[in-house]
Design a protein around this ligand. Structure first.
Ligand SMILES: [Zn+2]
Length: 713
């Protein structure tokens, strides 16, 4: 079949050989065998007018790049294949598999591809031809290349004669070789069957309007899958694997599925790709789940089935058709020996693909992981979702917006608010369990890391879906993505939700009631005006992530604020490392946030009052510290973190008051528990939460400004 959209026309050259007669075929066959040896395997065309297969031979090396070398070889032996000098072969693909190179040619006539006609030449690394398959339509009588019907006429013919078929909007002009040496000019219209998974291509004669052929482009096989995951439903279902284009492996219109080869060490967890899933004698892929296994074919079937589902769904439902390199499929590579999953370009072909690993549990058994990673490609098609910065420091929000939409695409397709409910049974990580039915709001749920910040937006999107339904909510989500800048934060996402809902209302996609649901969700999750400042009160504990890049001081990008009310004797932020951390420094500014500026790629803190270095386990301002606590003052603080890896910390806030004279209240109770009424210079106290541990330490408090702390990136 001719391939569309390839970088064709690299070579277009007429083959200059005389039409083959029986005697010239005999003589060229003899010449070929003389040159390449009698062991060459030749197969004649049914009509006896040429050879359609030549293998088991080794030619002399042919000079030039593979496409030119292949063409030169075809041309030299044109008599053997029976080429007509009027025909033209175009190179449509040069592929390398293992050590061999395969050059694919398509036949064209008057600039119009001839359906299924062409040739394929196999070359070895020394440029020697090892096989030729030649299927050309020579000697046909071609219909006029100027169609009498438009594509719209062809659609009309299909609608009136085959009303159960819905054109997908993909059509192309081609010659269709028939019997009696003729070739008809046809419109090939791709359709979908309303009542089955069939995807027939209909061939309408572009002169007569006659339907010449309708052939299903799907290859059918059944496969065993979980749907959506074994926690939600442990049944292994036997399902049709739709849209396969191969009968020998999991290649299809919308998906191709592979396994990683074993890691070779270091960071390359998926150095190559192999395939473990082969069809049985009936063409089916009926494997049982096997855990643990890094070679189980069930994983590959899961990869194919669920990638096909979301990739075709986004086009069918919303017209979002992912394409790259002229094809619609996206590759999935499973069975990686590493407990993570990502979207990227694993095979360096310039197209997005997704890679899915496992720890104690195979993430590929959880369809939400496949959908989530595919969702990243949807997001990135509309926005770069890049790195952002403002006066509060680096802003990890674009990553949070990205993760929020990816979780949303997974949850909305499955119709379940849980993401990663099977994968997260193992080690929680980038794909830890998230429930979009939770209620996350800004700024309480800011943690300084994309996945953990994302619920502020993803739970709002889920609320909207619950309120207006999947179809409308998905359309709104796509519109918002389409409208975002390359560095959106949660505030921008919230504003875009409001304005895109309004825009969709004006075009009739959403109703007034729908827009009210959207407005309420945006308000409910405090998205508009969302700032990366978390206010902490007495008794609050708040997790946060400190990003890490080896050797650099990386600001957290989140600021915290403690307020010292009149009468407060002590204000303490206890800081505990939850995971293996690095070194950190705390910056404090009174009255306004610690301020950053970026010049070039150097980030400078240019406004702060105090700096506490040496990874203090708490920072305290009290009556006895130097400097002392100041009443009616907002203390803003943030962190610089120096580590190779991201680390998790927790803040615990204590705001203490004098011991009570009478009637204790809640705050006073805490005071009695925790605050010694001793001066800071009392020694011998080793309790962590006693202020004398950290203050005063003149060496760690600097009141100069603009320390020149830099983040190189
Ligand atoms: Zn993600």
């Amino acid at each position: 079949m001719a391939k569309q959209g390839m970088s064709a026309l690299i070579i277009a050259i007429a083959l200059c050989a005389a039409p083959a007669g029986a005697s010239s075929l005999d003589s060229s066959t003899q010449a070929f065998l003389t040159e390449h040896g009698p062991g060459a395997l030749l197969a004649a065309r049914d009509d006896g007018l040429g050879v359609e297969f030549a293998g088991l031979f080794t030619s002399a090396p042919v000079a030039g790049e593979p496409d030119l070398a292949a063409l030169a070889f075809l041309e030299r032996w044109g008599d053997l294949w029976g080429y007509d000098p009027q025909e033209i072969l175009e190179v449509v693909e040069v592929a390398s598999i293992s050590t061999l190179t395969f050059v694919t040619f398509a036949e064209v006539h008057e600039g119009i591809p001839v359906e299924w006609a062409g040739a394929k030449v196999t070359l070895d690394p020394l440029g020697r031809v090892r096989q030729v398959v030649s299927r050309v339509s020579f000697s046909h009588e071609f219909a006029s290349p100027d169609p009498a019907l438009s594509p719209g006429d062809a659609y009309f013919v299909i609608a009136s004669k085959l009303p159960h078929l819905v054109p997908t909007g993909q059509d192309r002009l081609a010659y269709l070789p028939g019997g009696s040496g003729t070739a008809s000019l046809v419109w090939i219209v791709r359709t979908r069957d309303r009542s089955s998974p069939d995807a027939p291509a209909v061939y309408v004669d572009a002169h007569s309007g006659e339907i010449l052929l309708a052939r299903d482009t799907n290859v059918y096989a059944d496969g065993n899958v979980y749907d959506p995951n074994p926690v939600a439903d442990p049944t292994v279902y036997r399902r049709v694997l739709p849209n396969l284009t191969s009968t020998t492996n999991l290649d299809g219109t919308y998906a191709r599925s592979f396994s990683c080869t074993a890691p070779g060490g270091g960071w390359d967890y998926c150095p190559g790709r192999v395939r473990h899933a082969a069809p049985d004698t009936s063409g089916h892929y009926l494997f049982d789940p096997t855990e643990p296994s890094f070679t189980d074919p069930f994983s590959e079937v899961m990869g194919y089935y669920h990638m096909d589902r979301i990739n075709s769904h986004m086009e069918t439902a919303y017209g979002h058709a992912y394409t790259c390199g002229g094809h619609r499929w996206m590759d999935v590579t499973v069975n990686m020996d590493y407990g993570n999953a990502w979207m990227g370009d694993q095979d360096d072909d310039g197209c997005a693909d997704i890679t899915i690993g496992q720890d104690a549990y195979d993430y590929a058994y959880d369809s939400a992981i496949i959908y989530h990673e595919y969702g990243h490609t949807v997001n990135h098609e509309y926005s770069d979702l890049g790195w952002a910065f403002d006066g509060l420091g680096p802003d990890w929000s674009p990553q949070g917006v990205d993760e929020a939409f990816s979780d949303y695409w997974a949850a909305t397709l499955i119709g379940r608010s849980f993401v990663g409910e099977y994968a997260s049974l193992g080690t929680p990580g980038e794909l830890g369990w998230r429930d979009l039915a939770d209620h996350a709001i800004c700024p309480d749920n800011i943690f300084g890391e994309g996945h953990y910040d994302s619920p502020m937006l993803s739970t709002a999107l889920w609320d909207i879906r619950e309120g207006i339904g999947m179809d409308k909510a998905d359309r709104l989500a796509l519109a918002v993505l389409g409208s975002l800048s390359n560095t959106p934060d949660f505030d921008e996402a919230g504003r875009a939700l409001l304005s895109q809902a309004s825009a969709l209302q004006s075009t009739g996609v959403l109703s007034t009631a729908d827009v009210a649901v959207v407005d309420a969700a945006v308000a409910d999750h405090t998205l508009v005006g969302c700032e990366r400042i978390v206010t902490l009160e007495h008794g609050d504990t708040h997790l946060f992530f400190a990003q890490g890049f080896g050797g650099f001081d990386v600001p957290s990008g989140v600021q915290f604020m403690m307020y010292a009310p009149p009468g407060a004797t002590r204000l303490t932020a206890e800081i505990t490392q939850y995971t293996v951390g690095g070194e950190y420094t705390v910056y404090v500014n009174k009255g306004s946030p610690v301020h950053f500026t970026l010049e070039g790629w150097t980030l400078t803190i240019d406004d702060y009052d105090y700096m506490f270095d040496g990874s203090p386990d708490h920072v305290t301002f009290s009556e006895w510290s130097d400097p002392p606590v100041e009443w009616d003052t907002e203390y803003y603080y943030t962190y610089l973190h120096n580590s190779e890896f991201m680390a998790l910390y927790v803040n615990a806030i204590i705001i203490a008051f004098p011991p009570p004279d009478d009637e204790p209240d809640a705050a006073v109770d805490v005071v009695e528990d925790t605050v010694p009424d001793v001066p800071a210079d009392t020694t011998g106290d080793t309790e962590e939460d006693v202020p004398s541990d950290v203050t005063p330490d003149p060496g760690s408090i600097k009141e100069d400004r603009g320390c020149g702390c830099t983040l190189a990136n």
